[in-house]
Design a binder for this molecule. Structure first.
Ligand code: ADP
Length: 191
């Protein structure tokens, strides 16, 4: 069983890797951004509440986000492991996650930080914006999400470094190199 967390700025490729790892291991890929977008598409009450935050690139309020993850982690399909992607995104969420995982007796096995400079992140996001047409991928909203990442999300990396479970992946390199790094680190993490 492996419980993995991916942290990284927009454009770092963490979502792609998180999805792939989950598929390869047959464990759920839990991505708060995807859940919020699905809720918006389905026009649920949650979707209605979170839409303005996604549109403007702000963080959704913690009570909504933490509630969503608490419910998701209680689903039986997480018992064999899970991949978290996009949560936690600030210190309050990190502490809430610690508590939830302690309660269910399932600590994180490894945390991957996909480290990427702003220059690379911006360039990749703008490229993706043209390819995918996600509504929050305009230059202005991307810059806002990156600023929030540096100010609120990056500080939680230190929390996991102190816990001794952090692995830094240099995300500016080729997909093949990132793949190799990740595979090696995973082997060590489950050994
Ligand atoms: P990106 O990493 O490119 O910003 P995501 O799909 O991870 O894309 O997130 C999209 C949006 O969903 C965020 O800008 C934010 O509004 C919301 N969101 C996702 N995860 C969280 C979270 N853990 N806390 C608060 N808001 C979140």
């Amino acid at each position: 069983m492996i419980n993995v967390l991916f942290i990284g700025p927009q454009g770092s490729g963490k979502g792609t890797q998180a999805k792939r790892l989950a598929a390869a291991r047959g464990i759920p890929h839990i991505a708060t951004g995807d859940s919020f977008r699905a809720a918006i598409a389905d026009q649920t009450e949650l979707g209605r509440q979170v839409q303005p935050y996604l549109d403007s690139g702000s963080l959704v309020p913690d009570e909504l986000t933490i509630g969503l993850i608490r419910e998701r982690l209680q689903q039986p399909d997480t018992a064999g492991g899970f991949v978290l992607d996009g949560f936690p995104r600030n210190m309050a969420q990190a502490h809430a996650l610690d508590e939830m995982l302690a309660q269910i007796g399932r600590p994180l096995s490894v945390v991957f930080e996909f480290a990427l400079s702003d220059e690379f992140a911006l360039e990749r996001c703008l490229g993706r914006a043209i390819e995918e047409g996600r509504p929050d991928d305009t230059a202005q909203v991307i810059v806002k999400r990156l600023t929030i990442y540096r100010e609120q999300t990056e500080p939680i990396v230190g929390h996991y470094r102190a816990a001794g479970i952090l692995v830094v992946i240099r995300a500016e390199r080729s997909i093949d190199e990132v793949d190799a790094d990740l595979a090696g680190a995973l082997q060590q993490a489950v050994a």
